[in-house]
Write a protein of this length. Sequence first.
Length: 56
Amino acid sequence: MTSEQRVHWEAEVRSLCDGMVRIVVTPTWAKLIDSETTPPSAIEELIRQRDERQQA
């Protein structure tokens, strides 16, 4: 990800929520999910909610 892409990505993520916090965890296992082709349902829901707020 280039610096310009990172700035755009961060702006998009921040537009999904009114506020956020950082949570650090140490995983015992990991699974790769290709969210570029299949967004997680929670993210799809946040995008839908954001779009509804912007239309109101």
